[in-house]
Design a protein around this ligand. Structure first.
Ligand code: FAQ
Length: 339
């Protein structure tokens, strides 16, 4: 995707073209080291801008595609209360996508361009959303595990060096926290329910556990962007550090539910005070990233169909903007561009 425009991933910042450029990069890094926020109109190295566009766009796409697995259950939620909560959650995710596209736009890329990359299959979104939601318990497991992993990854992003991304993450994290609790509450209800409900909860944990661990990205040894992103304070922790934190808080939650984590090698290590898991099957992660996960085709197909179905709304908004441009001084036009 956009990374192709970058220097070789994980490499040192580009050798500056001039002494002036070197001086600007030095001052930029000093600002980062002082924990100052970088704002859209500030000078920034091209690699920093491109890294942020890549990460924020991938994050925005994940929120939008992430609406699909849960959206699948809105019509079949078991009670009116569950239905209301699920609709609100899925709507929140759409909102997160919108904030994030807006944050990316402050870096000089248009939302239309990013959406076109997604629909053309040239952009990444989180691997986790290429798995199917087979039963109602999957909605509980997504809230508990997927939102739980998302929070673990995203709380540090509230301190990201780029102001618009950091500020968007504050509200997103508050909402994700509610999402995580609603998921855990579904799991608790099922785990304390009938034997069939309990079995459904266990089956969902079996299927979502390993893909949730993969959400944090490749191991530190394989992660191409972490070192540079941490120097720029875009990322504050490595993929493995965040994955370990997630494991350490989630295993006791599974124990409270009296459900078994599907990992025979899982053990508590007294020396390090961490839960140690068995090996992650990274070949599965790579398969999903290459587009061959269980639902990759279905997800992109659904997004393309939604985009086509919404064409008349965009056209109507553009026509409205044209008609009222003079009267509103451009306000309606800005509205049309935003929808
Ligand atoms: N899936 O060098 P790294 C959510 C790619 S939101 C797909 O370690 P980086 C809310 C990575 O892009 C979930 N691709 O990369 C919700 C790179 O590819 P590239 C999304 C992945 O950027 C809940 C390559 O592998 N969250 O769940 C994945 O330093 C419920 C090398 O990796 C965010 O996007 C993956 N899992 O670290 C919604 C958070 N992992 O670009 C609905 C922001 C890695 O070179 C329902 N993003 N890759 O072609 C981040 O924190 C980082 O981008 C990481 C990856 C940690 C995801």
């Amino acid at each position: 995707m956009y990374t192709q425009a970058l220097d070789s991933p994980g490499a040192e910042p580009r050798s500056p073209a001039s002494a002036g450029e070197a001086e600007r990069e030095r001052r930029f890094q000093e600002r980062i080291d002082r924990d100052e926020k970088i704002e859209p109109k500030d000078w920034m190295p091209e690699g920093y801008r491109q890294t942020l566009i890549r990460q924020i766009a991938q994050h925005a796409h994940s929120e939008i595609v992430g609406m699909l697995p849960e959206g699948n259950w809105i019509t079949r939620a078991p009670t009116l209360r569950r239905k209301l909560v699920l609709i609100a959650k899925v709507q929140d995710e759409g909102g997160h996508g919108m904030y994030l596209y807006s944050a990316a736009e402050t870096l000089g890329v248009s939302r239309g361009e990013l959406i076109e990359q997604l629909l053309a299959g040239r952009a990444k979104y989180s691997s986790i959303f290429n798995y199917p939601t087979l039963t109602w318990a999957d909605i509980g497991a997504i809230g508990w595990l997927v939102d739980g992993a998302a929070i673990m990854n995203q709380i540090p992003l509230c301190r990201c060096s780029y102001g618009p991304y950091a500020r968007a993450m504050v509200r997103i994290c508050k909402e994700e926290s509610f999402h995580q609790r609603q998921g855990y509450e579904i799991m608790l209800t099922l785990a304390r329910g009938t034997p069939a409900q309990r079995e459904m909860a266990q089956d969902a944990l079996n299927r979502w556990w390993w893909p949730s661990l993969m959400m944090f990205g490749p191991s530190d040894a394989e992660s191409v962007h972490t070192a540079q992103s941490m120097r720029w304070k875009i990322k504050r922790f490595s993929n493995d550090e965040l994955r370990q934190r997630f494991i350490d808080v989630t295993v006791p939650q599974a124990q409270f539910l009296d459900l078994a984590v599907p990992d025979p090698a899982l053990r508590w290590d007294e020396a390090s005070q961490h839960f140690i898991t068995g090996p992650i099957d990274w070949s599965e992660f790579q398969t999903v990233l290459k587009g061959h996960g269980p639902c990759n085709r279905e997800r992109l197909g659904a997004r393309r169909a939604a985009h086509d179905a919404g064409r008349w709304v965009r056209e109507a908004a553009a026509a409205y903007a044209d008609k009222h441009r003079d009267r509103t001084g451009g306000g309606a036009e800005r509205y049309a561009q935003a929808v």
